[in-house]
Design a protein around this ligand. Structure first.
Ligand SMILES: C[S@@+](CC[C@H](N)C(=O)[O-])C[C@H]1O[C@@H](n2cnc3c(N)ncnc32)[C@H](O)[C@@H]1O
Length: 210
């Protein structure tokens, strides 16, 4: 884990059609909410959580519906254990598995807000919170680039497999910085490419979603 200040910068011009990208992303994750057992181009559910190193006792404590649509790329909790009482925002929460894990970790004195742009994922996340009787979590519809959370609310922001899907990463990080209190913590897992990406590849939505 490294700590650094994120300086505001002017975003580079977005070559991809952002609305079309979001529509394709929604379409893919709508399918993961509705039919997690189908063949997707990524792993899902309990086998994925196990592969990514979530402790078995954490995963086993949840019913199948709360885990089956998990589609993360790492384990944000491996970077630092959440403390009781923390306020957490889960950016791109999907069906809410990480939000529920966070809600248990922060306990009754803490709170979790999960944000996602895919209504079917949010509906599933809300149903999972209800079925697991998790009262300290709420799910809000919104974009990573325009988080529906007040300034400085969060002690911690978590995110898992989402920022790679955002066309405007600068806007997403600016929003994360805005909702974090001074000295708050960002713990995220994602996919990063260390090489410059050619412009025609940046325009190709299939490469973004694939
Ligand atoms: C790979 S899934 C990960 C979901 C969840 N974090 C998990 O680990 O299961 C990506 C999620 O990010 C959401 N997403 C993608 N781009 C987004 C954006 N710009 N704003 C909000 N949500 C976004 C999708 O709707 C999807 O639910």
């Amino acid at each position: 884990m490294s700590e650094r200040t994120i300086e505001p910068r002017v975003s580079a011009p977005l070559l991809v059609d952002t609305d079309a990208l979001r529509e394709q992303v929604r379409s893919k994750y709508r399918a993961v909410a509705a039919d997690p057992g189908a063949t997707h181009h990524f792993h899902t559910g309990r086998p994925l959580a196990q592969r990514l190193g979530y402790p078995a006792e954490v995963v086993d404590a949840f019913p199948e519906a709360a885990v089956e649509s998990f589609a993360g790329v790492g384990n944000p909790f491996s970077l630092r254990r959440l403390e009781p009482g923390e306020r957490v925002v889960d950016v791109g929460c999907g069906a809410g598995f990480d939000s529920l894990v966070a809600a248990r970790a922060v306990g009754n004195t803490g709170r979790v807000i999960g944000v996602d742009m895919t209504p079917e994922m949010l509906a599933k996340a809300r149903a999972n919170a209800a079925s697991t009787d998790t009262g300290n979590v709420e799910f809000r519809e919104g974009l990573a680039e325009a988080l529906p959370v007040e300034d400085g609310w969060a002690d911690t922001v978590i995110s898992n497999g989402v920022i790679n899907l955002c066309a405007d990463k600068r806007a997403a990080f600016d929003e994360i910085t805005r909702v974090l209190r001074p000295g708050g913590t960002l713990q995220f897992a994602d996919i990063a490419n260390g090489e410059p990406v050619p412009e025609d590849a940046l325009r190709d939505i299939d490469l973004w979603t694939g």
